[in-house]
Design a protein around this ligand. Structure first.
Ligand code: NIG
Ligand code: FE
Length: 411
């Protein structure tokens, strides 16, 4: 099956040889082709070029993209889309003056979601999560990482990861999974965090690994949740199963989670709303991708990750949604890209690089996703007719997507 996109006003993120990530000043460069065509064969990008040198004519389907921009689908490297129910009451509580942390201290927050999830069947959890996945695919997401962490019992964590894995088998979108048993200390272990850490390491982790349910391991390294010592314990143990870390660090406090994660060769460190100069120098000597989650900052009214500072220090940066019921009930990568420009002072080129090639790196799929490169997954966004790609973050409230193709499948 061959599909040909013709008369593309501008084809973005065109890389003959794709780098696995772009850093610092390189992030300002977004290679493009004007008046272009793109040939898709089955689920793969077969070829592309400019209209004056178009030779291929025998195809099954032609899509005229006059006036439209085509770019790789978003790579959302940090989500928690497998969850049960919602937490809109906590949203109202915050409007009325309670803080995110006060709500958590009163048994709300992650523990509230865990209670709901434990009572939800695997089939129902799949249905609820599939609806969110379909929604974000229509918003241009072609690859997504999904974390556990609302189970907090062996059984419920396995249930979450099975659902996440099944989502990847059911839909064309690329799914990577992450085991986040260390998301919060469940009430059964209220006064015995070490007991819970040992339970994660000795009971949960072996089962998760045995069922081959996870690609990565994560921990919420934060005051009131898990310490740097807990992080070392979990990540050392995870290494025995060949699991690479992607961690939640520096959301509210810089307690050393960046260094601990880098010490264990983390693929990414995510949140970083609070980041020290020492954290930045630690990252400079690493292959770890810093990931910013601006929708979370927006929703919780907490500081934005200093993305400008991170890029100006020569580091790479990726952007993701953090889609979850508590801190970010939105999986809209278009909003993330716009918010990174508006609030973090990224240029449109930097934001698009951060949400495509660098997002792909942060979920270990740069070889197949994140750029328009021959042989990569045929996953692209076709915009509506728009004046330029800068219009995407500029017109932040409009849906500017005309069509999404994920792994060759037109949605
Ligand atoms: O990434 N920070 C930790 N975990 C999630 C939110 C969890 C929740 O409130 O349900 C996050 O923001
Ligand atoms: Fe998160």
């Amino acid at each position: 099956m061959k599909t040909l996109l013709i008369n593309i006003k501008e084809l973005l993120q065109v890389r003959d040889i794709a780098p696995n990530k772009v850093s610092g000043a390189e992030m300002k460069e977004l290679p493009t082709l004007k008046n272009a065509w793109l040939l898709v064969e089955n689920d793969i990008i077969k070829d592309f070029g400019t209209m004056d040198v178009l030779t291929e004519t025998e195809v099954h389907k032609t899509i005229d993209c006059t006036g439209k921009i085509v770019l790789p689908t978003w790579c959302d490297s940090h989500t928690h889309i497998v969850y049960a129910g919602n937490r809109e009451q906590e949203f109202v509580d915050r409007i009325n003056g309670l803080s995110y942390q006060e709500i958590a201290d009163n048994g709300g927050g992650i523990l509230n979601s865990a209670k709901k999830l434990q009572q939800t069947s695997e089939a129902d959890l799949f249905t609820q999560s599939a609806a969110r996945l379909k929604e974000v695919m229509k918003l241009g997401t072609g690859a997504i990482e999904i974390k556990s962490g609302y189970g907090l019992t062996t059984e419920a964590e396995l249930k979450m990861l099975r659902v996440a894995k099944k989502l990847g088998e059911t839909f064309p979108v690329k799914v990577k999974t992450t085991f986040l048993g260390a998301h919060a200390v469940p009430s059964e272990f209220k006064n015995d965090k070490q007991g819970y850490m040992d339970h994660i390491c000795n009971d949960m982790l072996p089962k998760v690994a045995e069922e081959n349910l996870t690609d990565y391991v994560d921990i919420f390294c934060e005051k009131g949740y898990f310490t740097v010592e807990d992080t070392h314990q979990l990540l050392s143990e995870a290494k025995k199963y060949g699991l690479i870390p992607k961690t939640h660090v520096n959301q509210f406090n810089a307690i050393g989670g960046v260094k601990a994660s880098v010490d264990h060769q983390a693929l990414s460190v995510d949140h970083l709303e609070v980041i020290t100069d020492e954290d930045i120098s630690v990252l400079k000597n690493s292959e770890t991708m810093p990931v910013a989650l601006p929708s979370c900052s927006y929703f919780l009214s907490i500081p934005y990750t200093p993305g400008r500072k991170i890029i100006d220090a020569g580091l790479p940066l990726a952007l993701a949604t953090d889609y979850n019921p508590g801190s970010t009930p939105s999986g809209n990568m278009n909003f993330v890209v716009a918010t990174a420009c508006i609030k973090m002072k990224l240029t449109p080129e930097e934001a698009i690089n951060a949400a495509t090639i660098n997002g792909a790196y942060a979920m270990g799929i740069s070889e197949t996703h994140g750029s328009i490169t021959k042989g990569k997954s045929a996953s692209v966004i076709i915009t509506k007719e728009i004046p330029s790609y800068g219009y995407l973050p500029y017109a932040f409230g409009s849906n500017l997507i005309d069509m999404v193709i994920v792994a060759g499948e037109v949605l």
